[in-house]
Design a binder for this molecule. Structure first.
Ligand code: NAD
Ligand code: MG
Length: 414
């Protein structure tokens, strides 16, 4: 599939003159953060805390941690704090008593918060739980800074159609996609020969397969370059994260699956490369710190300051690149196959992986079983006709649920 400039503009956002929050002279930017207590949420709030006069926090949300959420809401003077778990409501309300900050709980409140008037909604909930609120933000025409991968991976065309229908702007937060977005600029996708995402290779990049097979939870949670939430850290060790990112890129930058590539780059300095048909290759480089892509998503089309370590190429000395080993890390092959199978296959890929990662973290399955579970779940789901293309968010959620049941069954836990 190859689409033109019009489609690219869906995510290329506006090119109106903008003012960076750090040099803001007008009214502050109204910001809501879905998943405020997580790794991306906290990095976003770290940036906000450096220029608090440039932002006004509308809503902050979290899953279960009422104390942390209340603390963040107080520190950043949010108007509303929403806890997804209704059981956390009393604690949240009590912690915010006398502050004037409104407290709410439950899924409906989360979805309502996502759609509140704001200049930008940071979608940083992990997993399929992020779908409904992010769709709500899009439907209300909010600019969305998208960290949640699952909106694209599970809902792909449905999500991008919702973005187009709402005429809203989507800014990728994932570092590789932020890099691609920057390297693409306003270029015509027809001129793009290849988009190459880089992967660190994770903690087991140099390990032989037998050693990887025995990898523990603790070893898999040690990412060499990035500090992130546990789910994405395991995904980086299996390279499932890069598989998910390949699928994300497929929908964000529709150049076709055969023009998307992955190269292992252990230093995580070059985040993505765009090769053009005239032989030029444009790349974005930065030290690995999510505050850089988050900053761009908050200030685009302007730039704001971020505390990322400046890049010192001389000190680094060299940047290295190698081909991914699909035998030791089958995830990339599975992701590509899911894209080629089409329909809801990427959604099944994601759901099965979420179940498998949770089972690995609970000590129920071994490290290599994660990829095996995903592969077997994909085959079974295809036999059970679960690959029908979704046409709505309801279809996406139904497939997600059915695929989870398949994966649980494959693991033997449901
Ligand atoms: P995290 O686990 O650190 O935080 C997740 C956030 O989502 C928390 O605030 C949590 O309270 C909330 N949450 C979890 N389950 C929820 C539920 N059922 N309902 C409502 N809220 C819920 O995750 P993270 O590492 O910040 O990642 C967030 C998203 O961003 C993921 O989709 C991830 O793939 C993506 N992403 C993360 C990074 C990174 O560096 N951490 C980089 C690129 C993309
Ligand atoms: Mg990434």
């Amino acid at each position: 599939m190859s689409l033109g400039h019009e489609d690219q503009l869906k995510i290329a956002a506006v090119r109106e003159p903008g003012t960076a929050p750090s040099s803001h002279t007008g009214s502050p930017r109204r910001l809501s953060i879905l998943g405020a207590t997580g790794s991306i949420g906290q990095s976003t709030l770290d940036l906000v805390g450096r220029t608090p006069e440039a932002f006004e926090i509308v809503a902050l949300t979290a899953n279960t941690n009422a104390q942390d959420l209340a603390g963040l809401a107080r520190r950043h003077r949010a108007r509303l704090a929403v806890i997804a778990d209704p059981g956390g409501y009393e604690e949240l309300k009590n912690s915010l008593a006398g502050t004037g900050i409104e407290a709410a709980a439950g899924e409906a409140a989360l979805v309502a918060a996502a759609g509140l008037p704001a200049d930008c909604v940071v979608a940083a909930i992990v997993g399929a739980a992020g779908l409904k609120p992010t769709f709500a933000a899009v439907a209300q025409g909010r600019r969305v800074a998208l960290a949640n991968k699952e909106c694209l991976v599970t809902a792909g065309h449905v999500f991008m159609s919702a973005v187009t229908a709402a005429g809203t702007e989507l800014l990728p937060v994932d570092s590789e996609h932020s890099a691609a977005f920057q390297a693409l600029g306003t270029s015509d996708l027809a001129d793009v020969e290849r988009i190459t995402l880089t992967a660190s290779g994770g903690p087991f990049r140099t390990w032989p397969k037998e050693r990887i097979a025995a990898a523990t939870r603790e070893q898999a949670l040690q990412h060499p370059n990035w500090t992130m939430g546990p789910k994405i850290t395991i995904d980086s060790a299996t390279l499932m994260n890069k598989g998910l990112e390949l699928i994300e890129a497929f929908y964000l930058f529709p150049v076709g699956v055969d023009r998307l590539d992955v190269v292992v780059h252990p230093q995580s300095i070059v985040h993505c490369l765009v090769s053009y048909r005239d032989g030029s290759v444009l790349a974005q480089l930065a030290n690995p710190d999510m505050r850089t892509p988050i900053a761009l998503s908050l200030s685009f089309p302007a730039r704001m300051s971020a505390p990322t370590q400046p890049l010192d190429l001389v000190k680094l000395g060299s940047l290295t690149f190698e081909a991914p080993d699909l035998e030791r890390f089958p995830a990339l092959g599975l992701a590509r196959a899911a894209l080629e199978r089409g329909g809801a296959a990427p959604s099944v890929f994601n759901a099965a992986n979420e179940i498998a990662v949770a089972a690995f973290l609970e000590g129920r399955i071994g490290f290599l079983d994660i990829a095996t579970t995903v592969a077997t779940s994909l085959d079974r789901a295809e036999r059970e006709s679960l690959f029908r293309a979704p046409h709505s968010l309801a279809d996406v959620l139904a497939t997600d649920e059915a695929a989870r049941a398949v994966a649980r069954n494959v693991i033997g836990i449901g």
